[in-house]
Design a protein around this ligand. Sequence first.
Ligand SMILES: *Cc1c(COP(=O)(O)O)cnc(C)c1O
Length: 364
Amino acid sequence: MSDPVRPVPQPGILDIAPYLPGKAGAPGSKAIKLSANESPLGASPKAIEAFAAAAQQLEIYPEGSSRLLREALGEVHGLDPALIVCGNGSDDLLHLLAQTYLGDGDEAVMNRYGFSVYPIITQAAGARIVMVDETDFTADVDALLAAVTPRTKVVWLANPNNPTGTYLPDAEVRRLHAALRPDILLVIDNAYAEYVTADDFTVGSDLVREADNVVMVRTFSKMGLAAARIGWMFGPAHVVDAIHRIRGPFNVNLPAQMAGAAAARDTAFTEQLKSFNAQWRDWLTAELDGNHMRVIPSQANFILVQFPDAEHAALAFTTLLERGLVVREVGASYGIQDALRISIGSEQAMRGVAGILQALVKVG
Ligand SMILES: *Cc1c(COP(=O)(O)O)cnc(C)c1O
């Protein structure tokens, strides 16, 4: 029998491994989700109020450029709103950047345990992803630079990185940028910037202002608004112009714009989340590290815990699951077989995780 004639995806699309989201508990179960780096303190009450208020205007198209959100972001972060583009989550903007700057025969460089969306969007644009080895779960600037070829068009850098939680200090990001050709776009994905406590970290916006080939991408998802899907980028005018041409004309819905603007201005809530996270991130790290487990030092709202071997990691995953604590496996999506990624959650969840893992791994 001959194959039926039917529409065929562009070359390479069916080679893409689909994104694997963090698991949730069974529907109706009381499982606590520590698998997607969501906020353990809910959303800003002001954002919830603004989202609800938008329900009165659902019949009207939103203002297409997300002006009210861009103005709030400009005010809070000290940025020119004209150089901000908002998206339906930062995934939306990452896809648009890939589509705009990558094509057949091009290459994009990333570190091996970088965010798993980058290979998907690179291949979807017809380009090739070049994976670069890390040094102890941290992006290695010299190795990234050594992987650049005449075909390189984009460097994807999550800072801090997901799923490792490690980061590059300002000086290292600058060293990377300084050695890149000016026609290569450096995308700095600061999805976890609000959680960073290290003194030598800076967000990408300073570099964006100084250079013509740097974009900073941010999100509200890890700060209590994952369901609303709100991301934003800050870039040079020529990049902003290109992205505006191909983005969906109304890509951020009105409830999201209003909730995002309120959340951006609610800096007290942002601070509260940051200090809660720092306290329990440090606590869980100290409880687990050295106890036949190794915690990779994290600047984000999760930790990567390394077990003696893949069997221990699998046992830890199922034991936590049985006790109603859902964490993230990083074998299939990231190729890290002996580790689990655990989001920082409530005090009760953190004490539960620590107790279970200490009892389980003690046997060694
Ligand atoms: C979660 C995450 C994002 C995606 O965020 P959305 O705004 O929800 O699309 C982007 N980059 C990194 C590194 C992330 O961990």
